[in-house]
Each structure stands twice: as C-alpha cells, then as structure tokens.
Design a protein around this ligand. Structure first.
Ligand code: 2M8
Ligand code: MG
Ligand code: MG
Length: 268
C-alpha cells in the first residue's frame, strides 16, 4: 500500500495549517510501514521542514509535480540510478517541468496584456497576508524553483485566453486552494503515476494506492489511484468530478477529515 496526499486543506487545515488531528492515522501508517508521499504546491524548503516535523522519510512531490525529491537512500529500492549532479543534501532532485526563470520570462511578457500578480512581484509580507502563513513560512513559500503562484485580477474570459497563450509556450495553469499555479507541462497526476511505477518495482507488484486532496490541482492525482478521498471545504462544498463518483468524501474538513479518510481506507 502507498498513500499520496495533498497538504493545504487536506492533511493541513486550510486556515491554521495545523495537522494534529491527523496524528492517529499518521501513527497507523507508520506502524504498518505504509509509505506516505506528500504531494503539494509547496516548495522543497517548505516541504522539507514539514517532513521533519512529521518524521516522514518518503519521497516528496513539490510545486504541483514540477519537482520530485527522492531520498538518496531510497534510490536503489525504487530502481532509480543517481545522477550525482542532481544530489543535494541527501536528496535526488528531479525537475519535471520548466525552471522558474523560464516561467517568469513568459509571465513578464504577459503582464503587459493581463492583470495579475505573482509571488515574484510580492514581498514576504504580502505572501504572509494572502496565505495566513507566518513571515518565516512565507519566506520559504517564496523560494520557488519550478512554478509560480499567481493571484488573478482579470476577467474569467481573460483567464481562458491567458491559459491558451501559456499552452502555446508549453506552460499550463492549475488551480490550488488560494492561487493559480503556472508551471511546465506536468502535474501531480504524472508525478504520482511515475512513483506508483517505482513502488511497483520496489514491492514486486503494484501496491494498492490511496490519494487525498481538496482542490482542482489534485484531480489528476485522485484519478490515478485505486482509492481517492476528497476532503471537503469549510463551507461544506467539495471537489466534484464525473470520474470521481467512487471517491470517499471525508466527513470533516482538514486534518480531522484526513484522519477519518485514512483510517477508513487502509482497512477497506
Ligand atoms: C500556495 O499553494 C496553495 C496550495 O493549494 C494554494 O494555491 O492555495 C503555495 O504558494 C504554497 O507554497 C504555500 O505554502 C501555500 C500557502 O497557502 O499557498
Ligand atoms: Mg489543497
Ligand atoms: Mg496543494
């Protein structure tokens, strides 16, 4: 078994980013030695900090699937060979999309035609204000390598046109909980399918897979697994998609809902 999970609004509460209500399910996964892969829009430095707090030792999917961090000590078990140039601080960094510089070059051009802002144009104080993160956490969120969160200030029609122009340059946009994220042609779903294959190599057969998410940027990941779970929003609404009719809908938002979903699905 392998569990893939989104963070904001899923394992972490949307507003206070707390995950203490998820402790029983986290302990159950550890006890059963089930890998828990964190899959988020967050940066590597944000995720490494959370990984330490959780005592997690599994691969990380950062910046919406644009960047994978595979712990060096897992490379062989997952059937991967290390490129020493890509190793940093014990992790193999695998870029799957475009660099932030490439993304910002195009966004700088598009700024002439559309009204939006992105983390590159915001101070750490602005980011903290928009997200409710502490200033220190906002600083970690600003250190992006392969995607750019943007605040859209133009019309929905302009957004459709903007998306179309990004596609022509091999870029795409996905919606997270608070922001739109601009990145290369990759997503959480590709990254999860890729890791499923690596775990299949490791276990000798495809492991039963569970994924949990709350936002449109989680759809591809949820569709890629055996047991998808959707965490509702604070207003009671939740992500819906015709392909996810069989998904488990958690009874509560945030970490408490995550806890129930994991404890239910691992014993199914
Ligand atoms: C951003 O990501 C979330 C995830 O869905 C969003 O779009 O609302 C990212 O910038 C991430 O780095 C940051 O930690 C998070 C904080 O809410 O916002
Ligand atoms: Mg989320
Ligand atoms: Mg996310």
């Amino acid at each position: 078994m392998v569990v893939f999970t989104d963070l904001d609004g899923t394992l972490l509460n949307h507003d206070d980013y707390d995950w203490s209500a998820a402790k029983p399910a986290l302990a159950a996964l550890k006890q059963r030695k089930v890998p828990l892969v964190l899959v988020s829009s967050k940066t590597d430095v944000e995720m490494l900090e959370l990984r330490r707090a959780l005592g997690n030792t599994d691969p990380l999917v950062c910046e919406n699937g644009s960047l994978l961090l595979i712990p060096e000590n897992l490379l062989e078990a997952l059937g991967l060979s290390a490129d020493s140039r890509l190793i940093s601080d014990g992790y193999h960094y695998e870029y799957r999309g475009l660099s932030r510089e490439q993304i910002l070059t195009l966004l700088n051009e598009l700024k002439a035609d559309y009204r939006f802002t992105g983390f590159a144009w915001m101070t750490d104080e602005d980011i903290a204000q928009h997200t409710g993160l502490t200033l220190e956490a906002a600083r970690l969120a600003s250190q992006r390598k392969a995607s750019e969160p943007i605040v859209w200030r133009d019309t929905p029609e302009a957004l459709a046109e903007f998306t179309e122009r990004l596609t022509r340059h091999n870029l795409r946009v996905v919606k997270g909980g608070r922001f739109y994220h601009v990145m290369g042609q990759c997503d959480k779903g590709d990254a999860v399918r890729y890791l499923q294959k690596r775990y299949e190599h490791h276990f000798g057969a495809a492991p039963f897979s569970i994924a949990l998410g709350d936002s449109p940027n989680d759809l591809d990941m949820l569709k890629a697994v055996d047991a998808p779970a959707i965490i509702p929003h604070s207003d009671g609404s939740h992500l819906e998609d015709p392909a996810l009719k069989r998904a488990f809908i958690a009874p509560k938002e945030g970490a408490a809902g995550w806890n129930t979903a994991v404890l239910t699905l691992i014993d199914q």
